[in-house]
Design a protein around this ligand. Sequence first.
Ligand code: GRF
Length: 219
Amino acid sequence: MLKTGVLASGRGSNFQAIIDAIENKNLKASIEILITDNPSAFAIERAKRHNIKYIFINPKEFATKDEFFKKIADELKTCGVELVMLAGFMRIVRKPLIDAFPNKIMNIHPALLPAFPGLHGQKQAIDYGVKISGCTVHFVDEGMDTGPVIIQAAVPVLPDDTEDTLSERILSFEHRIYPEAVRLFSEGRLEIKGRKVVIKDHPPVSSNIVNPPIDETDA
Ligand code: GRF
């Protein structure tokens, strides 16, 4: 069974979606540890409720960012983690962690990358005036939201949308595609070829909302 670790800085609703997928048996994986850089992250509460080990690592205790990320990598390795999931982790991951988990770190971003990377992807979409936005699960490299794309879901941007209403619409799809991406990884079905992630044996695309479509038969 795939051993995972989660890095989160805040609310942790994507962390919760992964927990739920595991508990509902839609995902054969375990969460070995939650690591947070924020002692008041609600994600900690979720870890407690589900008996998941958690630790707070204080970035201020490290002389450099690289040392902070080395510590995170060491903790994950100690727990035997095979896949790292960033779930609202508000820092750009540095080389010591990336090198420790090559092509084994995922992130979820609330926009259709490469559009609107960085903070406030939903507000950027509204301000730009796009009619469709969405969310992206991608592998993490040293850039900001630049790694190979695994799955995306598209949602409409409505004329009256505020940052909050669009965020909520996108979030409900984040909670679907993140566990799905992890499931594909756990089944050994993600192959990285340069910038592209090839999904092995995936049903053909049949929907313009979720691309590729979620395999509801397993739900
Ligand atoms: C999500 O919108 C995610 O896309 C972004 O940060 C937010 C985290 O939300 N990376 P949550 O903490 O998972 O609820």
